[in-house]
Design a binder for this molecule. Structure first.
Ligand code: XMP
Length: 212
């Protein structure tokens, strides 16, 4: 059984609140990213969190350790409960995010292999496997791995074991189906297939059932 995370990549507070309200009761977490935050500011986090749902900041952080620690301070002060970081900046940068999240009572997730075709240029294969090992060594709470390549996510699962979570984007608009991936992961991440739907609540309900 996999959780359902909504990738709320809409623009503007009104649309974010409309979609999140429509999906209430169907979601395990909301993932926010640059499209929403750049159009509304971080104040939207507290608004969304009013319904007691965890908010994960998908900022794919990729900077030096000091800057990463400063980013964590802002993300968790705003009310997020998790953050997504890149790993390729190295173990010290990764550790700053993991420690920054944990110091604020939050969780850190590391991007190991991405879901889009261009991931095959760099963010896949041996690089991804190495980054999964680094995420485990750093004490990350989980990794991000692709629903579009279940065979790769299965390999990454074998590297990190069962004590870390895997959240998996690529379901819906990118072509993967919940049934393809649910046995390897702890949660599926769905964006456009829910928020662009004429009835986001119904779409979320259907994805939730299919992820069971
Ligand atoms: P869609 O609309 O394609 O949205 O369902 C997917 C969401 O997930 C993000 N995304 C990723 N994030 N690693 C990540 O950390 C990935 O491989 C990846 N692929 C997609 C995307 O930004 C959107 O929010």
């Amino acid at each position: 059984m996999a959780e359902l995370l909504l990738a709320l990549d809409v623009k503007g507070a009104e649309e974010a609140i409309r979609v999140s309200r429509a999906c209430e009761g169907e979601l395990d977490a909301i993932k926010i990213g640059y499209p929403l935050i750049l159009s509304t500011g971080m104040g939207i986090v507290k608004e969304l969190a009013k319904s007691n749902i965890p908010i994960i900041a998908d900022f794919k952080v990729a900077d030096i350790p000091n800057t990463n620690a400063l980013i964590c301070e802002e993300v968790f002060a705003a009310g997020c409960s998790g953050i997504i970081t890149h790993v390729f900046c190295g173990s010290d940068s990764l550790q700053a995010i993991v420690d920054g999240a944990h110091d604020h009572g939050g969780r850190a997730f590391a991007v190991c292999e991405m879901s889009h075709p261009g991931a095959l240029d760099f963010l896949s294969g041996a690089n991804a496997e190495r980054m999964a090992k680094m995420a485990k060594e750093a004490g990350a709470d989980g990794i991000i791995a692709p629903a579009t390549r279940p065979e790769r996510t299965e390999i990454l699962r074998s590297i990190i074991g069962n004590s870390m979570k895997i959240y998996s984007p690529g379901v819906g608009a990118q072509g993967a189906q919940p049934e393809d991936i649910k046995k390897y992961v702890d949660g599926i991440i769905v964006g456009r297939a829910i928020y662009e739907s004429a009835d986001p609540g119904k779409a979320a309900h259907e994805f939730r059932l299919r992820a069971l």
